[in-house]
Design a protein around this ligand. Structure first.
Ligand SMILES: Cc1cc2nc3c(=O)[nH]c(=O)nc-3n(C[C@H](O)[C@H](O)[C@H](O)COP(=O)(O)O)c2cc1C
Length: 346
């Protein structure tokens, strides 16, 4: 048991209420294993939305199986749920959900570790019965209180409430973490996890004070020594970022937040001129995302990251960072409690 017990540490069987979220289309197997081994909940990311569903599902299955060789602790898998213009769930999203379930069905030991499916982007209402019957805990990421209510009504086990300052795909209607999270914790009774701007023990303590049961982070975990699948230039770009260096640009499902560079400017120019559209434009974006992460071209590639990049100035080792973050939060809470005069409370 860790220093902080919350509803999600109990539900997920983890030591610390700290989650590394999905960061597709990039590989996060090594990072996720480090987070799970450190007592948090690591997440295997989806490997891309533009490849054939069979190929995507095969890669995801491989990542899940590799993850199980690197940790014996609980972990999650993230599937963003896209829909076509008619409202049908994209074949690739469906293939990912089914790949997660198939991986569990094929291996009982793996199933006991792969406890959580985190869906994001759209809500996979039509897949709720399948997910519930599979025995997976279903966590769903939202950017608005109405979406949280809808997910809870559909039977979701945990809500991630992610504020507009988050890295990667963000929300069309900007709701910032400090307003969104208490709105959501008031509106639903399932556990809520704060996401968007978290980075240390102070932000974890603040999340708990807002009624959340833990935090989920993307950007902070990119700049770690354990993120070995990514080109080091990506983390260096985050370390160098200052306030105001982030920008929201049109990404695959909607707006995404990343670091301002030539790649973003080229994207804005292409969109404004209509030079590329539809699948061609999506393909261009996907290639630029990979260009930054795999080749380390953080000037012409696209570099998703949150506003919190401006507050991250050193690479950390996950094995030390995760328990230290929980201890720091617990210490802050203890100190705050010590300042309370019980006699004056009532
Ligand atoms: C590089 C990058 C890729 C991301 N890809 C995904 C993704 O595939 N699916 C998803 O649900 N969220 C994705 N996100 C969002 C994160 O899961 C998370 O919600 C966000 O990073 C939280 O905000 P923070 O960056 O302030 O910690 C991505 C974020 C980043 C920075």
């Amino acid at each position: 048991m860790g220093v902080l017990t919350t509803r999600i540490t109990d539900l997920f069987g983890i030591e610390h209420p700290i989650i590394q979220e999905g960061m597709g289309p990039y590989r996060t197997v090594e990072l996720a294993a480090a987070v799970s081994n450190a007592g948090g909940l690591g997440t295997v990311s989806m490997p891309g939305m533009t490849q054939p569903p069979d190929t995507g599902a095969r890669i995801m299955r491989e990542h899940i199986e590799q993850m199980a060789t690197l940790t014996s602790a609980p972990f999650a898998v993230n599937v963003p749920v896209g829909r076509d213009p008619s409202g049908t769930v994209l074949p690739v999203s469906e293939a990912y959900i089914k790949a997660v379930i198939a991986a569990r069905e094929a291996d009982g030991a793996l199933a006991s570790q792969l406890r959580v499916l985190t869906t994001s982007a759209g809500f996979p209402g039509e897949f709720r019965p399948l997910i519930a019957d599979s025995g997976l805990l279903h966590m769903h990421k939202v950017g608005a209180t109405a979406q949280a209510r809808k997910a809870e009504n559909a039977g979701v086990d945990v809500i991630i409430a992610s504020g507009y300052e988050m890295g990667g795909h963000t929300h069309v209607k900007p709701m910032h973490t400090f307003v969104l999270v208490p709105n959501v914790t008031e509106a639903v009774s399932v556990p809520v996890v704060l996401s968007g701007g978290a980075r240390d023990g102070r932000t974890l303590a603040a999340a708990l004070a807002l009624g959340a049961a833990g935090v989920a982070m993307g950007t902070r975990f990119i700049a770690t020594r354990d993120n070995t699948s990514w080109h080091p230039a990506y983390a260096q770009k985050i370390l160098a970022a200052q306030e105001g260096d982030d920008v929201v640009f049109p990404a695959v499902y909607g707006p995404a937040r990343g670091l301002r560079n030539r790649g973003v400017q080229q994207l804005l120019d292409i969109v404004a001129s209509g030079q590329l559209q539809g699948d061609e434009l999506t393909q261009w974006k996907d290639e630029r995302l990979i260009q930054a992460q795999s080749a380390g071209d953080v000037e012409d590639g696209l570099v998703p990251a949150g506003q919190v990049a401006s507050a991250i100035s050193e690479l950390v080792a996950v094995a030390e960072f995760v328990p230290q973050m929980a201890r720091e939060a617990a210490g802050i809470l203890q100190q705050l409690v010590a300042g309370i005069s019980p006699a004056r409370l009532s």
